[in-house]
Design a protein. Structure first.
Lengths: 146, 232, 224
């Protein structure tokens, strides 16, 4: 068998392999490599107590309770379906406010309870001047939901 | 026309013609861009004044990826058609891309501390850009490992082609996986999610970054061509 | 039929070389075991910590011991002109690379299947996790072999800075370690998609490795 035929066979062989690889990767890429779990995913998964994980969601409006002096906070993280109560003591990032998207690293302390060790705030892809937001709110056009 | 991008002699003519306008454009766009970015543009409704980091962070990230894309295309052309001009471009452009990636990582880290509350986090976007930086460094080092310049260049361009698989991963990492990094703002051309008053400085700063990158690249490529002529 | 004869001859030659250099292979395994000793001494004998990070230690050391085998692929054959002779006798470079991949995987990675359970016992890792480590290593080791082969062929004529070959191996094997570690840590319902993702990476690497290595070898032979 000449070198050309060998290479032809190997070309066909590798094309088949590449096609199947792309098939496998594309059909499975969404389900893995998770940076954080949403509250619903957390409730449905069988994570063990006191395991170190990250959860992500939005802070429920009017749920933030703060104690003065010792930087202790309690709030509820929601994804509109399920809610998780989070306790945290430490310094919060600038962007932390009610209705904001957050990613929280910490331990599960029981059903729907979470003890945070670090808090990251997510900001979305929208950039808008502060003055415009005021105008929109006055005219009731501000209907961004969390 | 297309020979400018393949033929070294024509490229030098083109470079001599283009250098002065490029210097002019980059100075003008730098001054106007900084004025717009620092004074004229409004504060963001969420982030306040910190949003101004975006005007450096986003263009440098684009340029870092664009540089790698150009290097990939030139490596394929150079290996397939045996034109040495691609190798010249690769060796001239790699340090520029590394610098842009470094600027992107550095400003991103400065931006992340006040907004996310951390300097660095191991999510998909950040990790893949850090890998891009490592790849740039390896590309710079790999060319100089052998005494034979010819061999080093070809090996490097093969390595660049292997590494180009990282580019789609960087681009789509925010869509495929849950990341802390926000998704792209200007993915849809019709209605970008950036307000026009903030789009303007971003656009001008992008022009500045492109023109300064192009200027340095053209000067470096020209120097490289002249040096090789001397060897021959 | 001549091609089959030459392939079997190449296999036989690789087997002879591996058999004669058995102690070199054992050295790599010794590196793996000693590395675990060093991790144990540097962390202290705390079983809870080992259960958390033991899998990471084992995968890191597998990756690092893979680094030691880079030179074993083409360096010797290239220097004494064997590669060129094999090509002249009617084998394409891609075929040579494939044969080399199979033999190197067999002789350098298969021994680890005996020593990984021993290392797991030393680190007190649970039984379920041992199976998963072996499963991921079964899929991940061919990827490691092909990465080492790519890096070895990229650095064929590199006589100044051979460390960069190790760096390339470490860079390219990051996806392998992310997904293997993800599989071991994942909840049961997520194991299957992640496994097929890893298999996808394996197929991709196996299919592109012959072409990349052959191109590098051709360039090296032309320029040496």
């Amino acid at each position: 068998m000449s070198i050309k035929y060998q290479r032809l066979i190997i070309i066909i062989f590798s094309l088949i392999l590449i096609a199947s690889a792309i098939f496998l990767i594309l059909f499975n890429s969404k389900k893995n490599f998770v940076f954080f779990l949403t509250p619903t995913e957390l409730i449905n998964s069988d994570k063990i107590l006191k395991e170190q994980i990250r959860i992500g969601g939005y802070i429920k409006t009017k749920s933030l309770i703060k104690q003065k002096n010792n930087n202790y906070y309690e709030f509820i993280v929601t994804d509109k379906e399920n809610e998780i109560k989070v306790k945290y003591s430490g310094i919060l990032p600038d962007l932390f406010r009610e209705g904001q998207g957050v990613v929280i690293e910490g331990k599960i302390m029981g059903k729907n309870e979470f003890l945070a060790s670090r808090i990251f705030t997510k900001h979305d892809e929208n950039y808008m001047p502060a003055s415009i937001k005021k105008q929109l709110k006055q005219k009731n056009y501000w209907n961004k939901e969390y | 026309m297309i020979k400018i991008f393949i033929n070294p002699g024509k490229f030098i003519n083109f470079a001599n013609f283009v250098i002065k306008p490029l210097i002019f454009i980059s100075i003008i766009s730098f001054i106007i861009g900084l004025i717009f970015a620092l004074y004229v543009s409004p504060d963001d409704y969420q982030q306040g004044s910190t949003v101004r980091i975006m005007y450096i962070h986003v263009p440098s990230a684009w340029l870092a990826m664009l540089t790698f894309l150009i290097m990939t295309i030139y490596s394929i052309i150079a290996l397939a058609f045996k034109t040495p001009f691609g190798f010249i471009v690769n060796s001239a452009v790699a340090p520029i891309g590394a610098t842009f990636t470094f600027i992107c990582l550095f400003t991103g880290s400065l931006w992340g501390k006040p907004m996310w509350g951390t300097w660095w986090v191991w999510d998909a976007r950040l990790t893949s850009v850090a890998l891009l930086f490592v790849m740039y460094l390896i590309i710079i080092f790999l060319k100089k490992t052998t005494n034979n310049i010819n061999l080093g260049e070809k090996i490097t361009s093969i390595f660049i082609i292997i590494c180009s698989i990282n580019l789609p991963i960087i681009k789509f990492s925010v869509d495929w996986w849950n990341t802390l990094h926000q998704p792209a703002s200007i993915s849809k051309i019709s209605s970008p999610s950036i307000d026009p008053s903030m789009m303007k400085p971003l656009f001008i700063m992008t022009i500045f970054f492109i023109s300064i990158g192009l200027l340095i690249a053209i000067i470096r490529i020209k120097a490289e061509i002249l040096e090789r002529k001397k060897i021959i | 039929m001549q091609i089959i004869n030459s392939i079997t001859a190449l296999f036989y030659k690789e087997y002879k070389i591996a058999y004669k250099n058995l102690y070199d292979i054992l050295t790599i395994i010794l590196f793996f075991l000693l590395g675990i000793f060093i991790f144990v001494f540097s962390i202290g004998p705390n079983e809870e910590i080992f259960q958390q990070i033991g899998i990471g230690i084992i995968w890191t050391l597998l990756l690092l011991s893979n680094n030691l085998s880079i030179k074993r692929f083409y360096q010797n054959d290239f220097k004494d002109g064997n590669l060129h002779l094999l090509h002249m006798s009617g084998m394409s470079y891609e075929l040579i690379v494939l044969v080399k991949l199979i033999t190197n995987w067999f002789f350098l990675q298969i021994p680890f299947f005996i020593f990984i359970p021993i290392a797991c016992l030393m680190l007190n890792i649970q039984n379920d996790n041992i199976y998963l480590i072996l499963l991921t290593f079964l899929i991940g080791s061919p990827i490691l072999t092909s990465i080492a082969s790519i890096s070895g062929s990229l650095n064929l004529l590199n006589n100044r800075n051979i460390e960069i070959a190790s760096i390339i191996v470490m860079l390219l094997s990051i996806p392998v370690i992310i997904f293997s570690f993800g599989i071991i840590k994942a909840p049961p319902e997520l194991i299957k998609p992640q496994l097929s993702f890893l298999i996808g990476i394996l197929l991709l690497f196996v299919s592109i490795t012959p072409w990349i290595c052959a191109a590098c070898i051709k360039i090296a032979i032309r320029n040496s």
